[in-house]
Design a binder for this molecule. Structure first.
Ligand code: ADP
Ligand code: MG
Length: 735
């Protein structure tokens, strides 16, 4: 039937409609039935038995077969008889932990936070009655730190163990999974014995999509593998014309393909894979703009399609919005979800028939050129592309539109993805291991053993931050640092500030740097100009021109505003991101308060003005990221790599480079050039005493395995010699 009107879909109002629908339709019985159609259901009894039968069990099955939502529920149902403690399930991504917990609570007809709850960094939704607890890997690790035998748990499920690759932001350390596996393996080094301190045996289930199960089982002493037979329909794949990351960043091409699919394909929902929050939001805006001009009387092939519902999906999204992703669209409306890699394995959306694959992913890589971890947009692997395509064939045959060329597939896409533990620096991981009492971090049983040089690199960094001493033992400072879910450098700056009683300056900054992208960068050039102007004004308002101070100023101005969301809109700031920053700040403050109550919390004094105080605190954490102006607007890093770097255009100091000599920076973006972002001018004297620490250290000594004991005296001699050799030749002239 043709429609005579041109229906435009207002996705804001639709969102309201959807949430109303949701609150009304708590038809839980049907939900329960729905889950009985999942492939895992037929294997319920056998699965429960398999968990009972052995300490370790590997469970594998196609994405969407029901592993994450159903298995914990089954164990709980069997529980009263067999499993006396809590059931803990880890997820690499916080979004997944939250949405899955919501779903399971719904299926089990209880309020979230009661029997079923979740805990992720900065958000604990559990209560004493919680028995099924979804959490991030990091949370479980923290629990092991506090209670090494996990005495409250009867079953621990490590989920998504194939997904050991991607990170959404710099401070989440997904390779924690590797540590968890190693620790659990160590805990059961003698499988016949229940670990000391436990009255009941602990069962460990490791779940993964099909890839690495043999390897996992071998790692866990050849434990049984339970494979849930899957069903998949054929997916036809076609290639497009995109040739590089530029086509992804601009999102124009992706949007065009999505519109083509919408207008020329039969009904069925679309899932678009893009790289990150900003690309996704830009694509959604553009898609919405373009979709408005579709005339549904003439433009669409399938006349039952009457509108498009556009939904973004990425890690830092608020949970109420995430929930809508799973709702079936109203009849006649096609749903288009624009997502990060999160939709590849962690979350399954029903009804998807078309995939649009950008071929890229944001991935944290250790960049040896600049000597640090960098979030880069890189091609996905072929196996990853197949996994993405497979999402279209869950319930019927589907289509996958790869926007890249066949040639790109052949030449630029690797066969498999390298596990993250082999790609990134391991600083936080190594510190955690050390605090867990694992001294020999080189011979720890890693699932994918990282290269030794990366472990040594991490030890070096920890030594530089004073988190370990030169024999590789954790210092008092290190013990404080491990409590913070932040990058060690940032943690150190916060702790320094706290010792000086000025944590109010640093906590907001740490929070702002922990959430994704505060500043809105509109695609439209005119609007971009307007946004830039507002952002510059905010920078100027902070008094001292530096990007960290700007973050602080945005945080404070918004917080003290009567109508914070309006304030954000007015200033081109992401209100959602800021809201999370507020919550992160509160939680960091709680951690700090707890630590400050310890009697040996360091106390320091400083006299000087506030701007200097602020920047000096930053220096204690960022002396590893110091750059000095070399020629013109080009700066040179002082970390021994001597990389040439440029200010990123988003910096409030962009274009004023020639007036500065020394700066510290938060992170690096590599495109055709190496850009430094979030920059702050400093004086050389502030880092002078810290810089030699970047060079003086003997990493083998730190690892605690090599070389005979060196006396302190010798060490000091050696250090002075090395320091003298490497001291950069500079004047103390300042900005
Ligand atoms: P697996 O872990 O094997 O990949 P899941 O347990 O995640 O599978 O998914 C099983 C089913 O539950 C899928 O059909 C998925 O769409 C559905 N599901 C999962 N989470 C939600 C949710 N929050 N809302 C609605 N449906 C969901
Ligand atoms: Mg799952």
């Amino acid at each position: 039937a043709r429609r005579s009107t041109n229906r435009k879909i207002e996705w804001v109002s639709l969102r309201k409609l959807l949430s109303e629908l949701m609150s009304k339709s708590t038809r839980l019985d049907s939900k329960e039935n729905e889950s009985e159609h999942l492939p895992i259901y037929q294997h319920k009894a056998k699965l429960i038995q398999a968990v009972k039968d052995s300490t370790f069990l590997v469970v594998t099955g196609e994405t969407g077969s029901g592993k994450t939502t159903q298995l914990p529920k089954y164990l709980h149902q069997a529980g009263k008889l067999s499993f006396y403690g809590k059931i803990g399930i880890t997820q690499p991504r916080r979004v997944a932990a939250i949405t899955v917990a919501q779903r399971v609570a719904q299926e089990m007809q209880c309020n979230l936070g009661r029997e079923v709850g979740y805990q992720v960094r900065f958000d604990d939704c559990t209560s004493p009655s919680t028995v099924v607890k979804y959490m991030t890997d990091g949370c479980l690790l923290r629990e092991i730190l506090a209670d090494p035998v996990l005495s409250q748990y009867s079953v621990v499920v490590l989920d998504e163990v194939h997904e050991r690759t991607y990170k959404i932001d710099l401070f989440l350390v997904y390779l924690l999974q590797d540590i968890l596996l190693g620790l659990l393996k160590k805990m059961f080094s003698n499988p016949a014995k229940t670990p000391k301190g436990r009255s009941i045996p602990l069962k460990v289930v490791v779940m993964s999509a099909t890839l690495e199960t043999d390897k996992l089982s071998a790692f866990l002493g050849g434990c049984p593998i339970f494979a849930i037979p899957g069903r998949a329909f054929p997916v036809t794949c076609t290639f497009g014309f995109a040739v590089g990351p530029k086509d992804i960043e601009s999102t124009g091409y992706v949007v065009k393909v999505a519109l083509d699919v919408h207008t020329s394909e039969m009904a069925g929902d679309i899932l678009v894979f893009l790289t990150g929050q900003s690309e996704i939001e830009r694509a959604c805006d553009l898609l919405y703009e373009k979709a408005e001009s579709i005339d549904y009387r003439y433009d669409v092939q399938d006349q039952t399609v009457e509108g498009l519902l556009i939904l973004p999906l990425y890690g830092s999204m608020p949970t109420d919005q995430q929930r809508q992703i799973f709702q079936p669209p109203p009849s006649g409306i096609r749903k288009c979800v624009v997502a990060t890699n999160i939709a590849a394995t962690s979350l399954t959306i029903n009804g998807i028939k078309y995939i649009i694959d950008s071929g890229f992913v944001k991935q944290l890589n250790h960049n040896s050129r600049v000597g640090m971890d960098i979030l880069e947009v890189v091609p996905i692997s072929k196996s990853e592309a197949q996994q993405r395509a497979g999402r279209a064939g869950r319930t019927s045959a589907g289509k996958c539109f790869r926007i890249y060329t066949k040639e790109f597939w052949e030449k630029s896409m690797p066969e498999y993805t390298v596990p993250e533990i082999q790609r990134t620096s391991l600083t936080a991981v190594i510190l955690t291991l050390k605090c867990l009492g694992v001294h020999d971090v080189i011979r720890f049983p890693y699932l994918d053993c990282p290269e030794e040089r990366f472990i040594l690199e991490a030890l070096k960094q920890l030594y530089q931050y004073d988190a370990i001493d030169r024999r590789g033992r954790v210092t008092k400072l290190g013990e404080l640092m491990v409590e913070f879910p932040l990058h060690p450098g940032l943690t150190r700056a916060v702790l320094k500030a706290a010792s000086l009683g000025c944590e109010d300056l640093l906590l907001p900054v740490a929070a702002m740097l922990s959430v994704e992208n505060i500043f809105i960068r509109p695609g439209h050039p005119e609007k971009q100009k307007e946004a830039d102007k507002k952002h510059r004004a905010l920078a100027a308002k902070s008094g001292s021109m530096n990007d960290f101070a700007t973050l602080l100023s945005v945080f404070q101005s918004c917080k003290s505003s009567d109508r914070p969301s309006a304030w954000c809109k007015d200033n081109w700031i992401h209100w959602r991101a800021l809201k999370s920053a507020f919550s992160v700040e509160t939680q960091l403050r709680e951690i700090l308060l707890r630590l400050q109550q310890k009697k040996d919390f360091p106390v320091d004094t400083f006299d000087g003005n506030k701007s200097e105080l602020f920047r000096r605190c930053l220096c204690t954490g960022y002396f590893t990221n110091v750059a000095r102006r070399s020629v013109g607007k080009v700066f040179c890093t002082m970390d021994g790599h001597g990389s040439m770097v440029h200010f990123h255009p988003s910096s409030s100091l962009f274009d004023q480079e020639d007036e500065l000599n020394w700066v510290i920076f938060h992170d690096v973006l590599v495109t055709s050039r190496v850009y430094i972002r979030t920059v702050c001018p400093i004086r050389y004297e502030w880092v002078k005493d810290l810089l030699p620490k970047l060079h003086e250290v003997d990493v083998y000594e730190l690892s605690g395995v090599a070389r005979e004991e060196v006396t302190d005296e010798e060490m000091i001699k050696w250090e002075t010699r090395e320091a003298a050799k490497r001291q950069p030749e500079v004047s103390t002239e300042d900005v």
